[in-house]
Write a protein of this length. Structure first.
Length: 71
């Protein structure tokens, strides 16, 4: 039986992700790539709700996500 992540571990992961987003906002392309990799499953899932072919939906969401971070 697996143990679920502790609250402390989850907070640490959230903090690390926040730091990565802040670095991406500051122009760090490597951080932006890592954030996108981390969000890929969510982006794929959300793309299914758009009235576009899935690949176009993924591209649209990814583009807007980058615009939000860099904008």
């Amino acid at each position: 039986m697996q143990k679920s992540e502790s609250k402390e571990t989850t907070q640490l992961c959230n903090h690390a992700f926040s730091l990565m987003v802040d670095r991406a906002k500051s122009g760090d392309n490597e951080a932006l790539i890592r954030v996108l990799e981390e969000m890929q499953s969510e982006i794929d899932s959300l793309a299914g709700f758009l009235k576009l072919p899935k690949e176009e939906g993924i591209q649209e969401i990814t583009t807007r996500f980058i615009e939000k971070i860099r904008g």
